[in-house]
Ligand binder design. Structure first.
Ligand code: GDP
Length: 424
């Protein structure tokens, strides 16, 4: 069975926790897009971890973790991440971690370009995590990438490739940004130093996963970010640089001939958004600060305060649709326990017209939220483990959202811990 765990909103919905929990029923967990701009938080019996590149199945001994061809991998970061997990007793070997030879390497000059470009844009910046993700995806599609498989080329072949690429790259560094050029030796040293450590994990993932899928293994695809950050279907250009949606999972994983059998969409009980771009339901001032504090809404990868708002029916229904979600998880319901009246954005007002269809471009920029209020429950629900233990108002809130987005809410989570989950 091929399952996908994906984000319905702007990311940070709590996918990491759900992948960690559901990896129990998986033989293989695959990250299929993105890079170390992700920050998946997992809290389990080994402690609290933030994973940027590694799939969240790494904590289970019998689960194999795969980093697919759709990913962009900063190998220095990956070496660090593996090292930090090992120090805390998480065993990572070529047996339980496999990296696609087709994945593109995020190079130091991609990180530099990301920073230089955000600085050039100044107050018009995208709000990038500055980890090189957009430049490396740009290079991938311009066919100027270095892939994991290239690490196995003889030194002189790889060196010639790097030198050819830098000839072009340095024109941009000097001409556009007035910045120092990159040297071939520096880049080769970096590739050698980190590449040698990563090479044992690199293999033909398409072959491996294809055989696994054929023999009926349970494969779980783990997404980064949410539907509204998808490069095609999100709030372009304030999106990520990859396809985050479920339909792309088999492609980014390495088995494009297969289809996802089941998609679990992860959706937060309220809204958060890191970085720039239209965020129609945004709250401001004290009201926003109270929610930010209650949910500890600071970016896992960057520490940036997240923008917050009420649950957005328009954006979330759209997210459910483009993800093709079969069922949903509503996360962090405990966070809004303090609210007397719970605001919900039920529609948008665009140029004086009420709509529940998620708009694009200028219409999205001009959209204003239409808010309705539901009763709060004002009691601690973090210890609840059964639907029957939830207060009536909490159940009503879940039912209201389920109906509004038109998809079954299968799980509700009430805390960061692995077991803080209610099956509805
Ligand atoms: P991801 O990128 O989608 O995995 O989400 P993040 O890890 O960026 O953000 C989710 C945050 O919420 C993490 O700090 C989780 O530990 C935490 N979290 C997940 N589920 C719950 C929940 O039900 N309640 C609370 N209070 N925190 C949760």
């Amino acid at each position: 069975m091929l399952r996908a765990v994906v984000g319905i909103n702007w990311g940070d919905e709590g996918k990491g926790k759900m992948v960690d929990m559901l990896s129990e029923i998986s033989d293989i967990v695959v990250r299929y897009q993105g890079g170390n701009n992700a920050g998946h938080t997992v809290v389990n019996d080994m402690g609290k971890f933030i994973l940027n590149l590694l799939p969240c199945g790494v904590f289970r001994k019998d689960v194999v973790n795969v980093m697919g061809n759709g990913m962009v991998v900063d190998i220095a970061h990956l070496v660090g991440e593996i090292g930090r997990l090992r120090e805390r007793g998480v065993d990572i070997t070529p047996k339980n971690l496999k990296i696609s030879d087709r994945a593109v390497i995020c190079m130091p000059y991609h990180v530099r370009t990301d920073i230089l470009e955000e600085e050039r844009l100044a107050d018009k910046k995208y709000g990038s995590t500055r980890r090189g993700i957009s430049p490396v995806y740009g290079d991938k599609y311009m066919k100027k990438g270095i892939r994991m498989g290239d690490l196995f080329e003889p030194d002189d072949v790889l060196k010639e490739k790097v030198s050819d690429l830098l000839e072009y790259k340095n024109l941009i560094f000097k001409g556009v940004y007035g910045a120092e050029p990159n040297t071939t030796d520096e880049i080769m040293d970096w590739l050698k130093k980190y590449g040698d450590e990563i090479k044992p994990y690199v293999c033909d993932v398409t072959e491996y996963l294809g055989n696994a899928a054929k023999s009926g293994k349970n494969i779980m695809f783990e997404a980064q970010l949410g539907a509204l950050r998808d490069i095609d279907f999100g709030i372009y250009p304030y999106t990520s640089s990859s396809n985050v949606i479920s339909a792309y999972a088999p492609i980014g994983a390495g088995i494009p001939g297969y289809k996802v059998d089941y998609t679990l969409g992860i959706m937060k009980a309220y809204s958060t958004c890191v970085g720039e771009g239209p965020f129609t339901c945004e709250m401001f001032g004290d009201e926003a600060e109270e929610l930010r504090q209650a949910g500890q809404e600071y970016g896992a990868a960057t520490g940036r305060p997240r923008r917050v708002g009420p649950f957005d029916v328009v954006a979330s229904s759209y997210g459910v649709k483009v993800q093709g979600a079969d069922e949903l998880t509503l996360t962090k319901l405990d966070t809004i326990s303090y609210m007397k009246k719970i605001p919900v954005c039920v529609a948008y007002d665009v140029d004086g017209e009420r709509t529940t269809v998620f708009p694009t471009g200028g219409r999205l920029n001009r959209a204003k939220p239409v808010i309705e209020y539901l009763d709060g429950w004002r009691s601690d629900i973090s210890k609840c483990r059964k639907a029957s233990e939830l207060p009536k108002e909490a159940l009503d809130y879940v039912k209201f959202i389920e109906k509004a987005v038109g998809c079954k809410i299968k799980y509700v989570t009430v805390g960061p811990e692995r077991d803080a989950c209610i099956e509805m």
